[in-house]
Design a protein around this ligand. Structure first.
Ligand SMILES: Cc1cc2nc3c(=O)[nH]c(=O)nc-3n(C[C@H](O)[C@H](O)[C@H](O)COP(=O)(O)OP(=O)(O)OC[C@H]3O[C@@H](n4cnc5c(N)ncnc54)[C@H](O)[C@@H]3O)c2cc1C
Ligand code: SF4
Length: 486
């Protein structure tokens, strides 16, 4: 029998606590304080082993959640790790950074706090690394096939690991100076310490995957050279940033969020930086965009010593509790307050920026905004209405544009003759593009998304490539796990 009967009645959900704000904002380190083993077992025991585990179906990877919860409850950490790794190549990333759709769908969430699935996941994999259980698993046999993976984010890395496990010789090309994609130079160090990525890359290298950095395929590496590979998997992400085409956008001090975040992480690791240094110290910072990237800019600005940090969002403030329009088990429309917001930030909703105001040297001094509302017209897209006489001037020396991404770059699609879909993502049928030996996965294929989806797509694409190369595949499908591999 699985689980502890009535565990959820006996124990309340406990989450990790954080190092206090005034200490943690003085460095870029992760700041969570792990729960003790005994407490983690209790948290595992809260799982009811539901007949229909909604957590499992909500997870893009099909993680076998009730199974590993039970193993944690029983103290069988090594078995828990095997179950977790069966469906997820990199639980150390999702265990820290996933918005956890599984928890939003957990049946316990109907009447109580859901099981703390994400934290259990993180602790299983960290235990695995501490105990030395996570070791390279090179393939027993090599095929004579070679695969190029372009892009080393979570999609490229999971595709590479799966294809390598199937015995193919895999080369990963990355244009940055280090492996990891947005895990490396998008997500700040205080959310994911970069040693966590290095630790996993060392395993992948030992398994036989070849990593080549500082190579921008199609720019400083001739696309024709890819002819040496039997198959290609494009995992280049969706990095075309959205801008805000209003007066003053080119003023000094109006900066894309990604340039700001990338520079900060590069500085921590003495990696060469392109362009002028951007720093929030002693500045009034306004972050435009209320999503995850915006939140990361808030946390980074506070660590750099901003005088004030303000956040604008054009959408209405979501309800504090799950909205009735998104009942369980759907992904909830609900106010999200991140640890970065808690560190200090004036959050404003229903605000639109009209102008970036500068001094006569072209340096940003203020932002002009208006208040807006959304008019709902049945059957049509909501219309943005500006409120009359609501203009406001906000002092500002650094404006960070965190407005999302419009889609992937098209350099590769143009040179390789690949079709795009209606949303300008790389078009594919079961991850295969219109050129049969070229596949695509992750944000490049689905548009700006999540780490968990990138890992999932990388795994699925790897299976599609394996079938293309070999006519069949032993690589797992979603939720079935690597346990299928001999
Ligand atoms: C600031 C920020 C914070 C985020 N926070 C979270 C979070 O907390 N949780 C979450 O789940 N998701 C988060 N995301 C989203 C998540 O990071 C992405 O969905 C995920 O990284 C996509 O993975 P990917 O492998 O498809 O692409 P990416 O991670 O974008 O990797 C693509 C890689 O391809 C390389 N590349 C592109 N073209 C070429 C070429 N021609 N030659 C060689 N290399 C090339 C790029 O340099 C890049 O390294 C965040 C995103 C951002 C921007
Ligand atoms: S839905 Fe929640 S309680 Fe049910 S099996 Fe999944 S984690 Fe356990």
């Amino acid at each position: 029998m699985m689980g502890k009967i009535g565990g959820f009645k006996e124990y309340k959900r406990e989450d990790e606590s954080n190092i206090i704000v005034k200490t943690r904002v003085h460095n870029y380190k992760e700041f969570t304080i792990p729960l003790k083993e005994q407490e983690l077992k209790k948290q595992g025991s809260r799982c009811m082993d539901c007949g229909i585990p909604f957590c499992h179906s909500a997870c893009p990877l099909g993680n076998l959640i009730p199974d590993f919860n039970d193993m944690v409850y029983k103290g069988e950490w090594k078995k828990a790790l095997e179950i977790l790794h069966a469906t997820n190549n990199f639980p150390e990333f999702t265990g820290r950074l996933c918005p956890a759709p599984c928890e939003k769908a957990c049946v316990l969430g109907i009447i109580d706090q859901p099981v703390s699935i994400e934290n259990i996941e993180k602790n299983i994999v960290e235990r695995g690394f501490t105990e030395g259980w996570i070791l390279p698993q090179p393939p027993k046999l090599r095929t004579d096939k070679s695969v190029a993976v372009i892009g080393s984010g979570p999609a490229g890395l999971s595709a590479a690991q799966q294809l390598n496990r199937a015995g193919h010789t895999v080369t990963v090309f990355e244009r940055e100076d280090a492996i990891g994609g947005l895990l490396r130079y998008g997500i700040p160090n205080f959310k994911l310490e970069k040693e966590i990525i290095d630790r996993r890359i060392a395993i992948l290298e030992a398994e036989g995957i070849i990593f080549i950095t500082n190579v921008d395929v199609g720019t400083n590496y001739d696309i024709k050279e890819l002819v040496a590979f039997d198959a290609i998997v494009l995992c280049g992400g969706a990095s075309v940033r959205r801008s805000l085409p209003v007066k003053g956008i080119n003023n000094k001090g109006v900066v894309q969020a990604m340039d700001f975040l990338t520079q900060q992480t590069k500085q921590l690791f003495d990696s060469p930086i392109k362009g002028e240094i951007i720093n929030a110290k002693n500045k009034h910072v306004i972050v435009i965009g209320g999503g995850d990237t915006g939140s990361d800019c808030v946390g980074t600005s506070n660590r750099q010593g901003a005088t004030s940090v303000t956040n604008f969002e054009i959408m209405p403030k979501p309800p504090v509790k799950r909205s009735e329009t998104t009942p369980w088990p759907f992904w909830p429309l609900q106010l999200k307050t991140s640890s970065s917001h808690e560190e200090g930030c004036d959050r404003n909703w229903l605000i639109n920026t009209k102008e970036f105001i500068s001094n006569d040297k072209g340096e940003l001094t203020a932002l002009k905004t208006v208040e807006v509302e959304w008019k709902i017209i049945p059957g049509k897209r909501p219309e943005l209405i500006e409120k009359p006489n609501s203009e406001k001037i906000w002092p500002c020396n650094l404006a960070l544009l965190a407005l999302g991404f419009t889609g992937p770059e098209t350099n590769l699609s143009e040179q390789l003759g690949l079709e795009l879909d209606a949303r300008s993502n790389y078009k594919a049928n079961n991850y295969q593009t219109n050129v049969p030996h070229i596949f695509t996965a992750g944000d490049m294929h689905r548009g700006q998304s999540l780490i968990v989806w990138a890992i999932s797509e990388g795994r699925e694409a790897a299976r599609a490539v394996d079938i293309f190369l070999m006519g069949q595949s032993n690589l797992p499908t979603k939720g079935n796990g690597d346990l299928l591999i001999a």
